[in-house]
Ligand binder design. Structure first.
Ligand code: ZN
Length: 127
């Protein structure tokens, strides 16, 4: 391609497929830069190139929806690489445990606050 700089590296997805450079308008180049090959590697392991392209196509033309779709693919793939057993579920489970712990802490603090308040006046004893 004459219009590309001679040393323009292909994106990580194209490099993985053995292409010397990205085709014009490469749909994966914005999400899989050449300097982050592991990002594509993890996504490819979980979804495959066809699966990634299918999801990107299903996202439609809206740039925000496409970014969110690819962010989700990258997040889930990274989570799977970090924790092959639980993947994204492990992240969610950890956050749920953290939430439960914070809620318990808040409940304990509220209880201490109530105990620290002066006692209510004694009830009328009917003299
Ligand atoms: Zn590419």
């Amino acid at each position: 391609m004459a219009d590309l700089p001679p040393n323009h590296p292909p994106c990580a997805a194209c490099a993985h497929q053995g292409r010397p450079s990205c085709p014009a308008g490469c749909p994966l180049a914005p999400y899989f830069p050449a300097d982050r090959p592991e990002r594509f590697e993890y996504a490819n392991l979980l979804y495959g190139v066809d699966g990634i392209l299918r999801r990107l196509e299903a996202a439609g033309p809206d740039p925000g929806t496409r970014r969110a779709t690819m962010a989700s693919i990258v997040f889930v793939s990274d989570a799977r690489a970090a924790d092959p057993v639980h993947g994204a579920y492990g992240v969610i489970r950890n956050l749920q445990q953290e939430l439960a712990s914070v809620k318990a802490e808040i409940a304990a603090i509220r209880q201490k606050q109530q105990q620290a308040q002066p006692p209510p006046p004694p009830p009328e004893d009917g003299h």
